[in-house]
Design a protein around this ligand. Structure first.
Ligand SMILES: Nc1nc2c(ncn2[C@@H]2O[C@H](COP(=O)(O)OP(=O)(O)O)[C@@H](O)[C@H]2O)c(=O)[nH]1
Ligand SMILES: [Mg+2]
Length: 252
């Protein structure tokens, strides 16, 4: 067999290599920690731990920087990174984007925690701006639901209830029941830190760096950008408006 033949035949079996994100569409890459229920079982406060959250924010920052995302949203052990329709990193190759985003998240979080952890990764495509808004509303609703449930679950567990019994109490119950359960225990869910109920956003902000040129003796100004961490996101329709404003500014 000629070397060129084997090259072509082997390359052809790299079957998924040609897959690319649909051109001209918004995209979100979402990474999620593998078996983080187990990881957080010991050594982290329940239901939420500020140190754990800081590690997730650091991981989201690494993804924003390495992939040049427009916006990141993190809740629990997941991070969604939004990309504009014209974003062309790695020529939009799916395998590259999914594998490297998982790798970047895994490496960044592992360095933070000092142990080996891994993240999975998937891609969501947004054919319209309103679907992108819906996507982030969906993840935020998930954050709120999980936070309320988590607070209830751990309130019961801390009273000595078994895991199975606590899950049974909460199964099929709605928001009102869960809010009441917490209220009876002196916890007002609305007073729980916003990052737990609403998640956290990361976005680029512009700032002007003042400097001095010793050669000319003149003051200089340079526009730079840096990541802003928003720990008090709006919710529901206000969050829709927040995301829509971000999409519009990207288009401008
Ligand atoms: N103790 C603690 N656990 C957390 C925190 N944030 C996320 N987790 C855990 O991470 C899990 C994430 O859910 P999921 O991805 O479905 O679980 P996985 O499949 O085990 O990674 C939650 O169920 C929690 O157990 C936190 O701040 N503190
Ligand atoms: Mg997970």
């Amino acid at each position: 067999m000629k070397p060129s033949d084997i090259e072509a035949r082997m390359r052809a079996l790299e079957y998924f290599h040609d897959l690319r994100l649909l051109p001209g569409t918004w995209a979100v890459i979402r990474v999620d920690g593998r078996s983080f229920s187990k990881l957080t079982e010991t050594a982290f406060e329940k239901p939420f731990d500020a140190r754990f959250h800081a590690m997730m924010v650091a991981t989201a920052s690494a993804l924003m920087e390495d992939f040049q995302g427009l916006y990141a949203y993190t809740e629990s052990d997941e991070i969604s990174i939004l990309f504009a329709p014209e974003w062309g990193l790695f020529d939009r190759e799916l395998e590259k984007l999914v594998s490297l985003s998982a790798a970047t998240a895994s490496a960044a979080f592992s360095l933070e925690i000092g142990a080996r952890v891994s993240f999975d990764s998937r891609v969501w495509l947004g054919p319209s701006e309103s679907l992108v808004v819906d996507y982030f509303r969906w993840r935020q609703a998930d954050a709120t639901r999980c936070a309320l449930n988590g607070w209830c679950y751990w309130a019961l567990r801390k009273e000595g209830m078994s895991a199975r019994a606590a899950s049974r109490v909460l199964k099929g119950q709605g928001t009102e029941f869960k809010n009441e359960l917490l209220f009876e225990r002196g916890i007002n869910f609305n007073d729980v830190p916003a990052w737990q109920r609403r998640g956290t956003g990361l976005l680029w902000e512009r700032w002007v760096k003042a400097g001095f040129n010793p050669k000319t003796g003149q003051e200089t100004v340079a526009e730079r950008r840096r990541l802003k961490v928003d720990e008090s996101l709006p919710m529901k329709d206000d969050y829709s408006a927040y995301i829509q404003a971000l999409l519009s500014s990207a288009r401008a």
